[in-house]
Design a protein around this ligand. Structure first.
Ligand code: IMP
Length: 405
């Protein structure tokens, strides 16, 4: 029996999921995305060449792996089209190995405008990709879905009605000029080929794969602390980034998830606004940002950096039923004199345990016993505190810079 694995972030996103998904997809039949949209940015480095994927599951880089975008994802057709063309130009084939759920809600140009004007007022610091407004329409039962491109006459009516609604918001609440409904319709229809080539029924396809004993990898985007229900609300994204999102976002029961790999950086980062108790505003923070190259893969915004928060990590491990922990970017701590982890809060202020830095190069190490003793002690402390063993430790951006235990 093959094993199905979920990979998700345990922090505020950018934990390095793309690399781990890419590593594991070599031996996997199918990789699925189940939530989020092109707000995600999964960076993968193969043979020194960097690829950033926003919408397409990271498994696409392995020729024999099939990829599915599930119904829980909000889909920007133009962004998807560009990403497909970019990968095809690199020789990657999509034929018979790439599928999109007919029930994906579409991100329209009006959603992007709404996201930008709303964020000026609400200051969440969104990625400006139209994600929140698209999910609002999905929950409001008025979204346009990929399957709607199968009937252009009714699609036109639905788009006219939705754009009229968006324009009312834009003009009356945000004093912004309206969009032209015909232009929005034409923009969507421009990408009809994506519907014709790749549109499928997600639960039915999942069922076939399960019946045929395919091994499936579920690729989470963003992270647990950005979850619409369990994150630092309202400073969250608009999807279910936690384990429950897999079932609703693909149409597959939870009993088919055998293994749950939770990913955390060896420290913490956050993009956008919102609480971040262990954030550093000193030289240590700048060192993490610089050494960790902490700039958003989607927006290029600098990420806020801080120490690892074990209180939040332990909670995230519980909420997702994590079976295996993966610690990434250990090498970023190589030059730190002192390293701290938050083990408690006192009146809302983090209480830290201090570690002496190992001040040695861990970059590229592939065997746990080859790590400096102080680095091993750091990892062992994390494992004991959160009561979960770290079966994967990443020591650099490339595929092979990984410790598998
Ligand atoms: P939205 O997802 O664009 O609505 O943004 C909501 C919040 O989630 C903002 O704080 C974003 O910075 C954050 N966010 C969204 N996607 C990502 C991601 O892939 N990595 C890290 N933060 C993200």
């Amino acid at each position: 029996m093959s094993e199905n694995t979920l990979i998700l972030g345990l922090q505020w996103g950018d934990e390095g999921k793309g690399k781990i998904v890419d590593n594991l997809s070599e031996s996997i039949d199918v990789v699925c995305r189940f939530q989020g949209g092109h707000n995600a940015g999964h960076t993968i480095k193969v043979n020194g060449q960097k690829t950033v994927l926003h919408l397409i599951p990271s498994g696409i880089l392995h020729n024999n792996t099939k990829c599915l975008i599930g119904n829980g994802v909000v889909l920007a057709l133009d962004a998807l089209y560009k990403e497909i063309k970019h990968l095809q130009a690199k020789g990657i084939s999509f034929k018979d190995r790439f599928f999109i759920s007919s029930a994906c809600s579409l991100i329209l140009p009006t959603h992007i405008t709404l996201d930008i004007v709303k964020d000026k007022k609400e200051s969440i610091g969104t990625t400006g990709r139209g994600i929140g407004p698209a999910y609002e329409d999905k929950i409001g039962r008025r979204a346009i879905r990929l399957g709607d491109l199968g009937d252009l006459k009714s699609l036109k009516e639905k788009i006219y009605s939705l754009v009229k609604y968006h324009n009312r918001l834009l003009e009356n609440i945000y004093q912004h000029k309206p969009h032209d409904a015909d232009e929005v319709f034409n923009e969507v229809v421009k990408y009809k080929e994506l519907h014709d080539k790749y549109c499928i029924d997600s639960p039915q396809t999942m069922h076939q794969w399960i019946k045929n004993d395919k091994s499936i990898l579920f690729e989470g985007a963003q992270g647990t602390l950005l979850d619409i229900d369990h994150g630092t609300y309202p400073y969250v994204t608009s999807s279910s980034t936690t384990a429950g999102g897999v079932s609703t976002g693909l149409g597959i029961g939870p009993k088919f998830i055998d293994k749950i790999i939770g990913i955390t950086k060896a420290y913490t980062t956050r993009v956008g606004e919102g609480p971040f108790p262990t954030e550093l505003h000193d030289e240590s923070g700048s060192m993490l940002a610089q050494k960790g190259n902490e700039f958003g893969a989607t927006t290029g915004r600098p990420r806020r950096c801080g120490w690892l928060d074990l209180v939040l990590l332990k909670k995230a491990i519980f909420m997702n039923s994590v079976t295996d922990l993966c610690i990434t970017k250990l090498d970023v701590l190589d030059e730190m004199q002192e390293i701290k982890v938050c083990t408690n809060y006192h009146n809302g202020v983090p209480v830290y345990k201090n570690f002496e830095g190992w001040l040695a190069k861990t970059e590229g190490i592939t065997t746990f016993s080859d790590l400096p003793e102080k680095a091993r002690l750091y990892i062992q402390f994390v494992e004991e505190f959160v009561e979960c063993s770290a079966s994967i430790i990443s020591t650099g951006p490339s595929r092979n810079q990984t410790i598998l235990r």
